[in-house]
Design a protein around this ligand. Sequence first.
Ligand code: GLA
Ligand code: ZN
Length: 680
Amino acid sequence: MNIPNQKKILYGGDYNPEQWPREIWHKDIRMFKRANIDIVTLPVFSWALLQPSEERYDFQWLDEITDLLTTNGIRICMATSTAVHPAWMAKAYPDVLRVDFEGRKHKFGQRHNSCPNSPTYRRYSRALAAELAQHYKALPSLAVWHVSNEYGGECYCENCEQEFRKWLRARYGSLDELNKRWVTRFWGHTFYDWDEIVLPNALSEFWDDGTRTAFQGIALDYRRFMSDSLLACYRNEYEVLKQITPAIPITTNLMGTFKGLDYFAWAPYLDMVSWDNYPLSTDGPANMALRHELMRGLKGGQPFMLMEQTPSQQNWQPYNELKRPGVMRLWSYQAVAHGADTVMFFQLRRSQGACEKYHGAVIEHCGHENTRVFTEVAELGKELASLGDAILGARQDAKAAILFDWENWWAVELSSGPSVDLKYIPQIQKYYQAFFDLHIPVDVVSPLSDLGKYRILVAPLAYMLQPGFAAKVESFVQNGGTFLTTFFSGIVDENDRVVLGGYPAELRKVLGIWAEEIDALFPDTHNKIVIKKNLGSLSGSYRCSLLCDLIHAEGAEVLAEYGSDFYAGRPVLTRNRFGRGTAWYVATDPEPSFLDGLIGHICTQTGIKGLVDPVVGLEVTERSSEKDDFVFMLNHNANPVKVDLGDVRGTELLSKNKLKGVLEMPGRAVWIIRRDQKKR
Ligand code: GLA
Ligand code: ZN
């Protein structure tokens, strides 16, 4: 679903008029118009004002500001304001308050604070959403619904415990089945009554400050249950909004690689994906890009909304550096390059008090537009207006995909052993970085995605396999696909039970190997990957660390061997021909140059070329509409770089210059090149 009547990349962000007197609203709107701001998100945290008491709603101030915005041609991303319950509600109905991991019942405070299974919260949040929808259904500027805000967190109250038991009953049917799945004969945990099951927290299954659990099975199911509970809150509001305003898309703002929620499970219930992008400059452009790919991947490549980013700085990092001149623009276009059809900020005006007063804003505390930040915002606003609808709806056409699975992420990091340093995201990042450096477009997919359009599927650290996934990989490879997976893969089922008979169990056949043991290396210790015969640019030896699987080839070709320790000479990189395709196994955690070489080689073998020749710090992506191909080039370096455009030639949309051949690209520059000739 799209935003109705969208004619350009919408530009704007979160606005909190309820914190300001009317005169300021008028000043702000004048400045919004100067900056070409045409969408405003509100009211995100105003439940207490919208519903001063149990019996009364008051939308008067919201009517006034929405009228003012509407008359001024500004569209509204209408939030339902349910991300913080009013203090009166906490007092009257303590079931809305959360209980934390330590088992402490919270009092009123902060935000994102409601127990997701609280009947009071469910009832009143739905009622407020319904009131808002009834009240604003005819508002011509209503563009999108923004349900609650950044869902997350968890609750361990008694009500959640009851709901967890129900959820488990629905999932497993019987206690026998549950006992089997959780392997409860271990440490004498057999359950004879559903009510014996308690939530896994600091008072039960966790120790070491909550970092370790005795029972992965229950801990994993609790993660799934919390993700589902919060999703139920979202759906509870979604349903009434949809009934009343079927033509208005509904979303909630996600947070990229946020661990708490299985966004792939959420995506079917979002009409559009929207997300909040708060990177650090130290993240590096590839890690930032990866989060955009993931967010775009949630709905199979459908363009998304960049719902929030700071125009200048954050307040919640330990050190909140300013975005350097040009960086806000560069990162905004990065989002667009990866599929954003809106560019929005948190926040349009800085608050005077409380914890976000030092968070960057379009309008700063000085209250006028003669600032660096406002000037940059206004310049970008003008540019986005000049792009019109050219890019809207355009999609990326990638031939390579990286697998991402939240449940696997939880499972990997709940695991006790083999190494505390084992983390999921860095492994995804490493493989993504190799494609990024080669300027090869990548999609991020889930175990349920259709793999038909891809030639390469990389599944880093595929520790837990979803039911049916191995069979899917087999048919992908059988039909000519190239599959790559890594150490510690194919180990457990969806309940974190080891699949017996030798790792990587269900993937053994397609990979043509089996792993007998797994060695965990101390930090700063290494082994070596010694290449047997050059593979593209891969030659000689490379460092590896973290984990080393001790594998046997059973059909696969051994392309590299370990260089030291008692397993020197044993396989570390293998390739197996299977059907018409190939399956690779990387048995350890290699240094980046190894992955650059390996991914480069695999791409060459499968006929996938980078959009242009590699340049360090340059990012290149492509979005294609029915009519046109748009190549985005972003120079993340502060300094100029030389780029060879190769077969990319066309009109650069921001400058209207014709570009081709070898060119110097200024530091932090952005080029959006519409190809003269659309690719087939
Ligand atoms: C999140 C929230 C906003 C604001 C910003 C600050 O994204 O959604 O309300 O707190 O963080 O960075
Ligand atoms: Zn609860």
